[in-house]
Design a protein around this ligand. Structure first.
Ligand code: FBP
Length: 559
């Protein structure tokens, strides 16, 4: 890919970056006929074993597998047609998963073919597709985004949808489907794998762990792809804002960062950029802090800094915070139930009518919680739900809510003569800015490895597995490539009033090293100006800069 002139759609950096050759685990770099599949012992789901086993009689208990040097099974050479679909929110590196899958399949058998289904899982039902060829891929290698085939959030759950997928895939002669997605999409992949096996449909299903949120991780999956790049982008921006603070000394910047429920992104950004405040939703829930208590804690930091003439600072706010505040969690739960397919509510045209309708139908506690919120936030809480029936947290301006609440508290303290500073808040939301960034070296390598590994899992005839690369703190050549049974990561959870088997979402572990490291430093960061400048992602240069892994991963897995 060449940047011919400034008029070209290809930047000079894109052109240079397209030449990057992502690194692979050594075992996947040689002759595929010398790659053996090593199986471990049978596995169990993380909990609710009997219930999960009952729902997955054909795929439950499969062993973990890894690829090692040895003799490949003869089936590995068989020509295959494989489907790939990108599911859910974009995450940097998706294109490299597709590239790794394509190259891996080509290496296994040059007659192998890859079909991309368009716009996410709905493409499988509607049979919208494109064949992925080397030429098409050239423009996308090492680039961010999912635009090669697009993505979507359609949830496949009905038998009609499953049958439409089977019909479309079998008509096309496809014998394996690779689903690139987060916990929900991979739960879906597990359900599909079980369905196909139960019905004897000759289609295998393999997943790939994607999400910037970092919440698809467990003992076997060290990190989801995209987390590294997205947090590097947000940390760069948070560092820049810190410098702006130091220069102007007049604003308090409240930065909401994506991450939906879990606060992994907020924590990682804090570990990198050292803000004065970082709220962690999981800590809020564990301590049952109310909105008033959180406001007071934040206002105290502001006031203590103001007492030392520091009327500025940076606060990081996780996107899902509201849902972890007990009274708000209750309120949001009631709203989700109340607004799910509510024809009467849907007919209402203006916000006042909507707010009154809601107030008439909420419990007394939730009415109080709802009334305590500014009108702008009330309206955001009533906006459309996502396909899973949940409030869309990325649309709630929690950073502005906190600015307003802290401002009110400080005004009260001013009247009481206990505070004499200046507070001027600036709200930011770092979310979409990070999801389609060009993947860092770590994500470029990790994604390419996950895609290549998926090709080998498919060729080995496996189904119901998540592609994995392990030992990620070592150089890529030493990563262990393999597959983890999807049912191994499952438990039963209550969703929409019913017990469902789902891949367990990983929340921030308050006993884990990343949180403890942050907790040990935060008092100092609150008082002093400890901001760092993580700077932009570097693709070339010293390894500690260009090949840096997420701090969270380093702390969790480091010796
Ligand atoms: P996934 O879980 O699908 O990877 O998406 C993550 C995410 O980026 C969240 O951080 C955010 O809350 C959400 O997607 C936003 O969704 P949308 O793209 O539909 O606005």
């Amino acid at each position: 890919m060449k940047a011919k002139s400034l008029k070209s759609n290809v930047s000079f950096l894109q052109a240079a970056r397209s030449a990057y050759s992502p690194k692979l685990p050594k075992v996947l770099t040689g002759n595929p006929s010398k790659v053996a599949v090593k199986s471990g012992k049978g596995t169990h789901s993380i909990s609710d074993r009997d219930a999960v086993k009952k729902l997955f009689p054909n795929t439950y208990g499969q062993p973990e597998v890894s690829f090692v040097a040895g003799k490949a099974p003869s089936s590995m050479k068989r020509a295959l047609k494989v489907a790939v679909v990108l599911s859910g929110g974009q995450a940097p590196g998706g294109h490299n998963v597709v590239a790794g899958l394509f190259d891996g399949l080509q290496k296994l058998n040059s007659k192998n073919r890859l079909i991309g289904y368009l716009g996410g899982p709905s493409g499988l039902v509607e049979n919208k597709k494109v064949e992925i060829m080397g030429k098409l891929l050239e423009r996308y290698r090492n680039t961010g985004g999912f635009d090669i085939i697009g993505s979507g959030r359609t949830k496949l759950e009905s038998t009609e949808q499953f049958e439409a997928v089977v019909n479309n895939l079998l008509k096309e002669g496809i014998s394996a489907l690779v689903v690139v997605g987060g916990d929900d999409s991979n739960t879906n992949a597990a359900v599909l794998a079980e369905y196909f096996k139960a019905k004897d449909y000759p289609i295998r299903v393999i997943g790939c762990p994607k999400t910037i949120d970092g919440d698809l991780k467990n003992e076997q999956i060290e990190v989801s792809f995209g987390f590294d790049t997205a947090t590097k982008v947000y940390a760069e921006l948070a560092g820049n804002v810190g410098r702006d603070c130091l220069s102007a000394k007049k604003y308090w910047h409240f930065i909401k960062v994506m991450g939906r429920s879990a606060s992994h992104i907020a924590l990682e950004v804090a570990l990198k950029a050292h803000p004065n405040i970082c709220l962690i939703s999981e800590e809020v829930a564990a301590n049952q802090w109310t909105l008033a208590e959180i406001t007071e804690q934040v206002a105290k930091v502001v006031a203590e800094r103001a007492a030392r003439k520091m009327n500025y600072g940076v606060a990081i706010v996780p996107e899902g915070l509201l849902e972890f505040i007990p009274e708000m969690k209750k309120l949001i739960g009631e709203l989700n139930d109340l607004l799910a397919h509510n024809a009467e509510f849907e007919k209402l045209e203006n916000s006042v009518e909507k707010i009154n309708f809601v107030l008439r139908n909420l419990s007394a506690d939730s009415q109080n919680a709802f009334r305590s919120l500014p009108p702008s936030i009330q309206i955001q809480l009533l906006a459309d739900r996502d396909p899973h029936g949940n409030v869309q947290v990325s649309k709630i301006e929690t950073e502005k809510l906190l600015i307003e609440a802290v401002d009110m508290k400080l005004r009260q303290w001013k009247k009481e003569n206990t505070y004499n500073g200046k507070f001027s808040g600036q709200g930011h939301f770092f979310g979409y800015e990070g999801r389609c960034a060009d993947p860092s070296n770590f994500d470029a390598d990790y994604c390419y490895s996950l895609g290549t590994t998926a090709a080998y899992l498919v060729a080995a005839g496996l189904t119901g597995y998540l592609s994995s690369a392990r030992d990620l703190l070592k150089p890529a050549s030493q990563w262990r490539a393999g597959g983890v049974p999807l049912t191994m990561m499952m438990n039963m959870e209550r969703r929409h009033g019913k017990e469902k088997p789902v891949i367990q979402k990983a929340l921030v572990d308050l006993k884990g090293k990343p949180f403890r490291t942050f907790a040990a430093a935060r008092e100092k960061w609150a008082k002093e100006d400890s901001f760092t400048s993580p700077g932009p992602i570097q693709f070339w240069g010293p390894a500690e800069v260009a090949d840096a892994v997420p701090e969270t991963l380093r702390l969790e897995r480091g010796k």
